[in-house]
Design a binder for this molecule. Structure first.
Ligand SMILES: Nc1ncnc2c1ncn2[C@@H]1O[C@H](COP(=O)(O)OP(=O)(O)OP(=O)(O)O)[C@@H](O)[C@H]1O
Ligand SMILES: [Mg+2]
Length: 144
């Protein structure tokens, strides 16, 4: 991060591997899936895809590029110890401001050089919590 004529400039380098390049390029499909070995960069690729789409979103008449995303993992610990950590590693806390409420939210507010503004909300949702919300605190009650 560096001060530059009253602006804050944050420089981060992300080099997409071959699979990630294909994934990023195929940006009009409604559903895209990826699989790969542990630690092969799937989470980083997905985080960067959301960030790219947030920047690319067409601006409204007020010049604001608004997006809202849901990032869903199996459990709260998985979200906190891996997904959110990865997101902060790559986007920095200056860019992705995390609030540890319920749900955990991330907020990106950026002014782009073309005069438009990015406002992107990220909802980090654990499925274990969702099951409780949908089915009540007792979860599924199956009797035989
Ligand atoms: N394009 C990249 N450039 C630099 N480092 C990367 C890149 N992609 C991934 N990494 C590094 O590799 C590590 C593993 O990446 P990531 O967590 O995305 O893998 P994963 O496939 O989601 O793993 P898991 O299967 O455990 O969920 C991360 O700590 C990250 O710093
Ligand atoms: Mg992962």
């Amino acid at each position: 991060m560096a001060a530059n004529k009253g602006r804050t400039v944050i420089k981060r380098r992300y080099i997409a591997e071959a699979t990630a390049q294909t994934f990023h390029a195929n940006s009009d499909s409604k559903v895209r899936c990826v699989r790969g070995p542990i630690g092969s960069g799937k989470s980083v690729m997905c985080i960067m895809e959301l960030f790219i789409r947030s920047l690319e979103q067409a601006p409204g008449s007020d010049g604001i590029r608004r997006t809202r995303w849901a990032i869903v993992r199996n459990s709260f610990p998985q979200l906190k110890s891996t997904t959110i950590k990865t997101a902060i590693d790559f986007l920095t806390e200056e860019v992705l401001q995390i609030t540890y409420g319920s749900p955990i939210t991330g907020l990106i507010k950026l002014n782009l050089p073309d005069g438009t503004r990015v406002e992107s909300e990220w909802y980090f949702l654990p499925l274990d919590k969702l099951v409780h919300i949908l089915l009540g605190d007792n979860g599924i009650n199956i009797s035989t």
